[in-house]
Design a protein around this ligand. Structure first.
Ligand SMILES: *[C@@H]1O[C@H](CO)[C@@H](O)[C@H](O)[C@H]1NC(C)=O
Ligand SMILES: *[C@@H]1O[C@H](CO)[C@@H](O)[C@H](O)[C@H]1NC(C)=O
Ligand SMILES: *[C@@H]1O[C@H](CO)[C@@H](O)[C@H](O)[C@H]1NC(C)=O
Ligand SMILES: *[C@@H]1O[C@H](CO)[C@@H](O)[C@H](O)[C@H]1NC(C)=O
Ligand SMILES: *[C@@H]1O[C@H](CO)[C@@H](O)[C@H](O)[C@H]1NC(C)=O
Ligand SMILES: [Cu+2]
Length: 548
């Protein structure tokens, strides 16, 4: 072997080794700005796109890669990007939660997110400042596995099915209508259209199947308030993943997916290409009236085995019960038993009327409102006072949790509306669920406790059904500041959120805010240190009063 060849060989070997050990650096440049789009076939409206486009193209990486997103903010408002489901272990400041882990990126400036991705699975990226996700700033993030043989089922091809809802007006317009006591409920823009893979519902492109192959369909609900039911009559859906966690395979007829949730299902294609098939995607909501043509909205797409082949209609079998996947019917593949609880935090969702007949939402005591300094910056700058919940300001609903403890969230939903609860920085075990006898004035009736035998599923977003509770457990092994909030943006905007300040003492020893993130605050006159009001000690003057 000649020298040059040998060097080339060593170089290739090194490149291979480094990409194996450290993964690739995958760089995306995102210029976030307004676009005028007609996505539903009726309404030309202003929306938020990336590089002048909507939908934002999905992002694909492999586990071990570093995902770099260079954001340029061309909006006239601050922006942030959250990687939904990535745990940000050691990098809480990269979580992108506006005024929780960072100030918004000011208009006309740029900022680079760097994510060291150690989790394979189905995630998504979305705006997390003033609900810009609802106006289009959202896209799937697919993290491919390196070693498929470790999965409970094998497959040949990966297929993405991402669904969104699309409203005729911008989010702030809907919120104004909702908060206006003179506008009767439901406000005019309450019945969105559904988008599938970026296209207006029924106009979506066919999904191509080849006979005998196995497909992993990654089904993502990026909707901000609505649910999707997804089914593929004539095929069985074998769930193997939910929210980035591998599950024991579970065969179902369909998925019932809450806002923010994701599933991977392995589907065995038929042996012949004689027929094409239909899949159903139904958009629905239970917080507005059911109205024919408006709620639910039924959509169909084609599973195309051969172009032009006849569509095989599968008559609904009235004898057979259709099995829909539920959050609580899954088991984790790693068979981790339920954790032993050190501390239970009881949270009760509710909605209350405040001054001016405004109805706001609460998850604990008061409607969540962002503080005047990002909560993470408070946790890092207040020394030993960071362990005192009071310094974060009452509106942040801060719960300080201790390093290493197993936390149980005992979440009750005594409202007539389902909520899709998302925890940043952790996946949680779902260890119990059932009807909740807790009324909004916190009366506790004995509720049957559904014991979860076996291996509780872990995920990052759970649907807490109306008049039900769930118990969620996680180890506080990820120091940082993590939001726990309803992923229905309307509810989140009304206040349905709390903040977990996890191990601020450890955080202070192990993490510090990059200088450019401090500058980002100061440049726009936002406090980058101090308590929740950006002041010293317990002086919270300047914080807006708690709604009464
Ligand atoms: C991003 O900001 C840096 C420094 O603030 C600047 O040098 C660079 O040109 C900016 N890049 C873009 C694409 O705006
Ligand atoms: C799929 O949609 C069609 C048409 O709306 C309906 O007849 C059929 O029952 C649906 N199947 C499932 C499993 O939802
Ligand atoms: C989509 O197509 C199906 C089947 O033709 C139809 O039943 C449904 O109403 C359509 N949905 C919308 C929103 O137009
Ligand atoms: C609030 O509602 C009550 C009863 O529904 C009504 O009497 C009152 O005038 C309303 N107040 C405002 C400020 O709209
Ligand atoms: C974070 O990293 C630490 C150290 O490697 C580990 O012990 C802990 O389990 C991790 N936490 C999460 C949530 O991944
Ligand atoms: Cu909700």
């Amino acid at each position: 072997m000649c020298t040059a060849m040998r060097y080339l060989f060593i170089f290739i070997l090194l490149a291979l080794l480094s990409s194996w050990c450290y993964g690739a650096r995958v760089v995306h440049n995102w210029d976030i700005g307004y676009v005028m789009v007609n996505r539903d076939g009726y309404n030309l409206r202003r929306a938020i796109g990336v590089n002048g486009k909507l939908p934002v193209p999905p992002v694909y990486i492999t586990v071990g890669d570093t995902l770099v997103i260079n954001v340029v903010n061309s909006l006239d408002a601050p922006t942030t990007i959250h990687a939904h489901g990535l745990l940000q272990n050691g990098t809480s400041y990269m979580d992108g939660a506006g005024m929780v882990t960072q100030c918004g990126i000011p208009p006309g400036t740029n900022f680079t997110y760097e994510h060291y991705v150690h989790q394979a699975g189905t995630f998504w990226l979305h705006g997390h400042f003033n609900h810009q996700n609802v106006d289009g700033l959202r896209t799937p993030l697919i993290v491919y596995d390196k070693d498929l043989s470790a999965l409970p089922m094998q497959y040949d091809e990966d297929v993405l099915v991402f669904m969104e809802e699309w409203y005729p007006v911008e989010f702030h317009t809907r919120m104004d209508e909702l908060l206006n006591p003179t506008v009767t409920f439901p406000p005019p823009a309450s019945f969105p259209f559904g988008l599938i893979n970026g296209f207006n519902g029924n106009e979506t492109k066919p999904i191509c199947f080849m006979p005998r192959k196995k497909y992993r369909l990654r089904v993502v609900n990026m909707a901000s308030t609505e649910w999707f039911k997804f089914s593929l009559p004539g095929h069985i859906l074998n769930i193997i993943e939910a929210d980035g966690i591998i599950s024991q395979p579970l065969a179902v007829d369909g998925l019932d997916i809450g806002p923010g949730q994701r599933y991977s299902v392995v589907v065995q294609a038929h042996n012949s290409d004689e027929f094409n098939y239909i899949y159903n995607a139904t958009l629905y909501a239970n917080f507005v009236p059911l109205l024919p043509g408006l709620n639910p909205r039924y959509y169909q797409g084609l599973i195309e085995y051969k172009r032009g082949a006849p569509v095989k209609t599968i008559a609904a079998d009235s004898d057979k019960k259709v099995i829909w996947a539920e959050d609580t019917s899954l088991r984790a593949f790693d068979m981790q038993p339920a954790l032993k609880v050190d501390r239970t935090i009881r949270l009760v969702a509710g909605s209350r009327r405040y001054k001016g007949n405004m109805t706001l939402a609460v998850l604990d005591k008061v409607p969540y409102r962002p503080p005047l300094a990002p909560t993470l910056f408070t946790a890092l700058s207040m020394g030993h006072l960071a362990l005192d919940e009071a310094i974060y300001g009452p509106q942040t609903e801060a719960h300080v949790i201790r390093h290493g403890q197993v936390i149980e969230i005992d979440m009750h939903n005594p409202t007539a509306i389902d909520h899709a609860m998302h925890l940043h920085g952790h996946t949680f075990q779902i260890t119990g669920s059932g009807p909740s006898g807790v009324s909004s004035i916190a009366r506790l009736d004995p509720a049957p406790v559904k014991k979860f035998s076996g291996w509780p599923m872990k995920r990052d977003t759970v649907v807490v059904a109306a008049f039900h509770y769930v118990k969620l457990r996680f180890v506080a092994d990820n120091p940082g500041v993590w939001l726990f909030h309803c992923h229905m943006d309307v509810h989140f905007a009304l206040g349905l959120a709390v903040t977990f300040v996890e191990a601020p003492d450890v955080l202070q020893r192990t993490q510090s805010i990059p200088k450019d993130m401090i500058q980002m605050c100061l440049r726009q006159g936002v406090k980058a240190s101090g308590n929740g009001a950006g002041n010293k000690g317990f002086d919270l003057s300047g914080l807006p009063p708690v709604p009464s």
